[in-house]
Design a protein around this ligand. Structure first.
Ligand SMILES: Cc1cc2nc3c(=O)[nH]c(=O)nc-3n(C[C@H](O)[C@H](O)[C@H](O)COP(=O)(O)OP(=O)(O)OC[C@H]3O[C@@H](n4cnc5c(N)ncnc54)[C@H](O)[C@@H]3O)c2cc1C
Length: 91
């Protein structure tokens, strides 16, 4: 799934260092397996989380919420769309 340039700029402006593109899920799973997430975010607060969720629904971009990745096996192809980790904004 490709994320268009305007969307990348919008996401970067909103999330700054809390966003990564093509992030290996093997870094975020207990079993250290898994290909890239198109977009990987750890929103700083609930307001930014809400903005991203509304935006992803508008753009029809799928999102997956994960925790510590201790009950996840991710395929080598990775996860399309947005992977959201809530440990920062809902700690
Ligand atoms: C060595 C080991 C021992 C374990 N021992 C136990 C045990 O004794 N008892 C036990 O019950 N489990 C155990 N587990 C399994 C695991 O730790 C639990 O299932 C734990 O609750 C998973 O939490 P997580 O945050 O890592 O979830 P993740 O692995 O990150 O996610 C698991 C699933 O939950 C979904 N999910 C996560 N967060 C959210 C959210 N906020 N909203 C919506 N969906 C969400 C994910 O999309 C995914 O489908 C063990 C795992 C390992 C590796």
């Amino acid at each position: 799934m490709s994320i268009d340039k305007d969307s990348i700029n919008w996401l970067n402006n909103l999330l700054g260092s809390s966003i990564k593109f093509g992030e290996p899920m093997s870094k975020h799973t207990y079993f250290r397996v898994g290909g890239p997430a198109d977009v990987f975010i750890c929103p700083d607060n609930v307001e930014k989380l809400q903005e991203v969720l509304c935006w992803s629904k508008d753009k029809r971009i799928p999102y997956t919420v994960i925790g510590d990745g201790s009950n996840l096996v991710v395929r080598d192809k990775g996860i399309p769309g947005i992977v959201i980790v809530l440990t920062k904004c809902l700690n």
